[in-house]
Ligand binder design. Structure first.
Ligand code: BGC
Length: 365
């Protein structure tokens, strides 16, 4: 069950009303005690936001949006990137705890490597929210806010099929599969979502993975790095596509999609259908130019806005709105999640998809 049922919503509203009537703060997270007026913590508290490396434009956008949005809500934001890697992110989270952050929002580089720091955070009374990427193998994560990752993969898989069919009405189609970084909890979920659509077509012979590399482990791209995807694409083209045509490539995001296209161009092959994700400026332009086939619209503004709504609700001692209680098992617990719906974008809807987007709107007009 992914959507907020009517009964669930009514219960949540009733719970919020009850809290307001009795002016009592939330205590169920076990992390916050109420202050005057039902507030769980003061309005001008420090809020930590630990972001990963700048592996795609969405993270860069998130930095400014968190700084601006938290400041205008009256909080003191402490937003950090960990371009140096996991140990830098561990140190940043510890420092946020020391500085007294009341909520720590984490976009993890490696969701399984922050156990000690998340325990420190919870011991200090902070609430921990996993942002975009789930935090794994820990009790010490309260909530998850993200676009529906499995759905992203399903949309990518379906787009790959649709794009190839539009070029060549029937198969078999030769394809290759790329996945994201194995330390990012999202990467496997994207891949599984895509494979839920593609695997039956591989099994019935409609799709042929010419290299034979069909497992997640074979498809991964360390660090979500373009050069790693490009190198693997070069090797696949040389090793498996001497005379064969390459009809399609499952790419988990836009950075890697452009790397694959660069490799195919260098090999002098006709461009295959290539999927993507993130609505990066260069990829949206590439879609309009008829090169990259698809991307996914996961408006970062909406995701950050919802994360900030969670912070505001926590501050006010309100019940948080959760629309998925079952899907995100982190190895230790099921993390209550708020999931937003991703949207597929191809040349067909590129002009309407971004009408409200301040950067992409003018480009796609
Ligand atoms: C995000 C994607 C992004 C990738 C690389 C993932 O966790 O969900 O949107 O493309 O990280 O930055």
């Amino acid at each position: 069950m992914r959507m907020f049922g009517k009964a669930g919503k009514a219960a949540a509203v009733a719970a919020i009303a009850a809290l307001a009537l009795t002016a009592c703060g939330r205590t169920d997270s076990g992390s916050s005690s109420s202050t005057a007026g039902g507030e769980a913590f003061p309005k001008d508290s420090m809020i930590g936001v630990a972001l990963p490396q700048k592996t795609s434009e969405n993270w860069v956008l998130a930095e400014k949006l968190f700084n601006d949005g938290l400041s205008s809500a009256g909080f003191k934001p402490d937003v950090q990137f960990a371009n140096g890697g996991v140990s830098e992110q561990q140190n940043q989270i510890s420092a946020m705890v020391t500085k007294g952050a009341k909520v720590i929002i984490v976009g993890a580089i490696d969701g399984a490597q922050l156990g000690t720091q998340l325990k420190q955070a919870k011991d200090s009374g902070a609430t921990v929210i996993a942002y975009d990427r789930l935090l794994l193998n820990t009790e010490n994560v309260d909530y998850y806010v993200a676009y529906d990752n499995f759905k992203v993969g399903e949309l990518q898989g379906q787009a790959l099929l649709d794009g190839m069919k539009a070029k060549k009405p029937s198969g078999p189609y030769n394809i290759e599969l790329f996945a994201g970084s194995p330390d990012d909890a999202n990467a496997k979920v994207f891949f599984d979502g895509a494979m839920s659509v593609l695997k039956p077509k591989i099994d019935d012979g409609t799709l042929k993975v010419v290299s034979g590399q069909t497992s997640f482990e074979q498809a991964v791209t360390q660090g979500w790095k373009a050069e790693n995807a490009q190198r693997r694409a070069d090797t696949l083209l040389t090793g498996s596509y001497g005379t064969a045509s390459l009809d399609g490539v499952l790419s988990p995001n836009d950075t890697l999609a452009r790397a694959v296209l660069t490799s195919v161009k260098a090999a002098g092959k006709p461009l295959p259908v290539v999927t993507g994700q993130d609505s990066e400026v260069e990829s949206v332009k590439s879609i309009m130019a008829g090169e990259q086939y698809s991307t996914i619209n996961k408006d970062t503004r909406k995701l950050v806005e919802h994360a900030i709504t969670m912070v505001k609700d926590l501050q006010a001692g309100k019940e948080l709105e959760i629309n998925d209680k079952d899907s995100y098992k982190n190895g230790v617990k099921t993390v209550p999640a708020f999931l937003l719906p991703p949207q597929i974008v191809t040349a067909e809807n590129v002009k309407t998809a971004y009408v409200d987007d301040p950067v992409l709107g003018p480009i796609t007009k």
